[in-house]
Design a protein around this ligand. Structure first.
Ligand SMILES: *[C@@H]1O[C@H](CO)[C@@H](O)[C@H](O)[C@H]1NC(C)=O
Length: 277
């Protein structure tokens, strides 16, 4: 009995100590760099959002009764890079999106490559302009317009470009260039790249996510992936190459390296896409 009382006191005391530390750790809304990654944390102020930058390219976010927030880590400027990510997203049963998300200027465009969405499909009401098959899935392409809404240039009227993955997933590689090319072929022209993040968004909902992002073009976690054309080849020969975990290692039409770094193995997600897991 005394022991459990003592434990309770310790727990209460550490709770008191933990909260100021939490407050110091918590990231304020805004943008910046953390561990070499760019981050953006935007909220319109409704409800509460607790966003924290974590190790490497990781972040966690918990939101409660928000009106609208978008937050995540990535790069500035954005590019046609391969973006790998993993983690957990507790947004499937609420109004939330998990996306590669970015902006361009001239023209001002807000774009989304949606990997998973919850109760609301962001393309509801928009007409489909086409599809793009990439990274083991099929994405539907849309354009919507925002009139007098928040943007990186203040309140503006601008287009949003969308690729919305039919087969929702949380984790994998997004070959962003495939989407940029498909959008361009559908007449959707991006401008000069501003930031590009692996974003969690919530709208009139509560949820949480913990996500880590890697530049799949250069390998995750400091590992290196050979340049396209190095080694590999159809026969599965290694040629001394190595694909970082989460990177692509096979699939119909794939001509890159097919050997995974040690600790991971090449696993087929579909006929189009195999990944080092
Ligand atoms: C992503 O995967 C790495 C390597 O397995 C792991 O160390 C890390 O914790 C994962 N990140 C998240 C957010 O789950």
């Amino acid at each position: 009995m005394l022991g459990s009382v003592a434990l309770a006191v310790v727990a209460a005391a550490s709770g008191v100590v933990a909260s100021p530390l939490e407050l110091i750790k918590r990231t304020s809304p805004g943008t910046g760099t953390n561990n070499g990654f760019y981050y953006s944390f935007w909220t319109d102020g409704g409800g509460s959002v607790n966003y924290n930058n974590g190790d490497r390219g990781s972040y966690d976010v918990t939101w409660s009764n928000v009106n609208n927030f978008v937050a995540g880590k990535g790069w500035n400027p954005g590019a046609a890079r391969s973006i790998s990510y993993n983690g957990t997203w507790n947004g499937a049963s609420v109004n939330s999106y998990l996306s590669v998300y970015g902006w361009t200027r001239n023209p001002l465009i807000e774009y989304y490559i949606v990997e998973a969405f919850g109760t609301y499909n962001p393309s509801t009401g928009a007409s489909k302009l086409g599809t793009v098959v990439s990274d083991g899935g099929t994405y539907d392409i849309y354009r919507t317009q925002r009139v007098n809404q928040p943007s990186i240039e203040g309140t503006s009227t601008f287009y949003q470009f969308w690729s919305v993955r039919q087969q929702h997933r949380v984790g994998g590689t997004v070959t962003v260039g495939n989407h940029f090319n498909a959008w361009s072929q559908s007449g959707l022209t991006l401008g000069t790249h501003d930031y590009q993040i692996l974003a969690t968004e919530g709208y009139q909902s509560s949820g949480s996510a913990r996500i880590e992002v890697f530049d799949g073009s250069t390998g995750g976690g400091g590992d290196t992936t050979p340049a396209p054309g190095d080694g590999g080849g159809g026969g599965g020969g290694s040629g001394g190459c190595s694909v970082a975990k989460w990177g692509q290692c096979g699939g119909q039409g794939f001509t890159g390296c097919t050997t995974c770094e040690s600790g991971s193995s090449c696993q087929a997600a579909s006929q189009w896409y195999s990944q080092c897991l």
